[in-house]
Write a protein that binds this ligand. Structure first.
Ligand code: FES
Ligand SMILES: [Fe+2]
Length: 457
């Protein structure tokens, strides 16, 4: 813990300008070292609890060379187990990932290895070995059962950790978990989920979404709706970003933003429709519909804070009437929590009271120039009203246009960083502090490799 304490202390002082060498993004040696030093040490978001509702339901999660089976073992909230996805007999991967799929998913009474038929119960114990007597009593429970992986749940997700000596999940996630708990993320369900393989390092992909500095140049359309300056803050292992919302705005204003034009009734509707059509996230149908009524239901000249209040109060009531209850979050807390959290190392949660947008990026084998990228949009649904969704492998033209604008930067950043003339990244010390945070914390796990350097002492 001493070492971790030091890391956090250093990472807390991220107001200074730093330079981040390209090594962590482009070095094949660094990518190979990440497997042991990073991916086998950290808590990873591996799936959603509602993906395994019934006893025997399972999903798999692959991370570099490792694969984990996550299975529901009982009806209790925490009756979830995770196992190394490998048969202890001669090492066959127990559950294969179907070609073209993100992960395996199904339901079993037990797991039977396809090679020689060794069989494992949901608790991981071995229940069948053909010709067991040939081993002359040498096999033990330990040598024949599935290897256990640490597993926990928070926010409606299943988290796994391959390190048998890892810190508890609850400690690892702080302070992000405490800050996000009031948003009741566990009650949200998937609206859509897509994945793709990108030509960039996983960090390049994550860093395309952890700052608001890029909005003006990458998404110029949004500038019509008004500009709020965005901050980034380090929070130990994690970090978050947010907007400085105009004074007097109610409730979730930092995320459910009002259009800041001449007539906020009209610009809010314009911004909501644009967001719905071009990003398919960060809002809900109810919010869009109510925004479209603002100009008929409020007099011209209604001040922005009142437009905001009417918009959100009306939408909240309409949702409540159909059984969709937004949690009530103190506006001070909303402002403090910001708009999205980077959970170290590779999970981003863009939260709000009624929807969220999450990203994850994982390495693609040992290749530093590729990653598996995924995005999921969640929202609140009435009981039993959530749609059935599957992971859709989606190539670039079929993603929402706003996200494609972000994607367009990624491969070009990866190429640029390999240029002999690139002198290291220089993130904005105020708006892009999440980038520095990631690399300070990574360097801890990577024995100092790739650590940010202060530009000035
Ligand atoms: S490798 Fe699984 S039963 Fe032989
Ligand atoms: Fe963006």
């Amino acid at each position: 813990m001493g070492e971790m304490g030091k890391i956090v202390e250093q990472a807390d002082e991220l107001a200074e300008a730093v330079n981040i060498p390209a090594e962590a993004y482009i070095s094949a040696d660094y990518a190979r070292a990440e497997k042991d030093k990073l991916w086998r040490k950290v808590w990873l978001q591996a799936g959603r609890i509602e993906d395994i509702p019934n006893v025997g339901d399972y999903i798999t999660y692959d991370i570099t060379d490792d694969s984990v089976i996550i299975v529901r073992t009982g009806t209790g909230a925490d009756d979830i187990a995770a196992y190394h996805n490998v048969c202890p007999h001669r090492g066959r991967k127990l559950i294969a990932t179907p070609a073209g799929q993100r992960n395996a998913r199904g339901s079993r009474r037990n797991f039977i290895c396809g090679f020689h038929g060794w069989t494992y119960e949901l608790d991981g114990s071995n229940s069948f070995i053909e010709h067991e007597e040939d081993w002359q009593g040498c096999l033990t429970e330990h040598s024949t059962s599935l290897g256990k992986v640490n597993v926990g749940s928070w926010g409606g997700w299943v988290w796994i950790n391959l390190d048998p000596d890892c810190m508890p999940l609850a400690d690892y996630l702080e302070p992000a978990s405490s800050m996000l708990d009031p948003f009741e993320l566990q009650n949200m369900r998937t609206r859509w989920r897509k994945w793709v393989v990108f030509d960039c390092n996983w960090k390049v992909a994550m860093e395309a979404f952890c700052e608001t500095y890029h909005v003006a140049a990458t998404h110029p359309e949004f500038m019509e709706f008004g500009q709020f300056r965005g901050w980034g803050r380090n929070q130990g292992l994690h970090s978050h970003i947010g907007y400085e919302a105009p004074k007097g705005q109610e409730e979730d204003a930092a995320k459910l933003r009002l259009g800041a034009g001449e007539d906020p009734r009209i610009t809010t509707a314009e911004m909501q429709n644009f967001t719905w059509e071009n990003a398919n996230t960060n809002t809900t149908r109810t919010l869009v519909d109510v925004a479209n009524r603002l100009k008929d239901e409020l007099p011209e000249g209604t001040p922005a804070p009142e437009v905001s209040k009417y918009w959100l109060t009306t939408a909240r009531q309409i949702d409540e009437d159909r059984g969709v209850v937004w949690p009530t979050v103190d506006p001070m807390h909303t402002a403090k929590s910001g708009t999205s959290w980077q959970i170290f190392p590779n999970q981003q949660i863009g939260h709000a009271v009624n929807n969220m947008l999450c990203y994850q990026a994982r390495p693609y084998g040992d290749d530093p120039d590729k990653c598996i990228f995924e995005a999921v949009v969640y929202e609140l649904y009435p009981d039993g009203g959530a749609p059935e969704t599957e992971w859709e492998y989606t190539e670039c033209p079929d993603w929402p246009p706003v996200l494609q604008q972000d994607f367009d930067n990624m491969a070009q950043v990866q190429l640029g960083m390999k240029n002999a003339g690139f002198r290291g990244a220089q993130p904005n010390p105020y708006m892009e502090r999440s980038v520095a945070s990631l690399h300070y914390n990574l360097a801890r796990f990577m024995d100092g490799a790739g650590a940010p350097r202060k530009i000035k002492d």
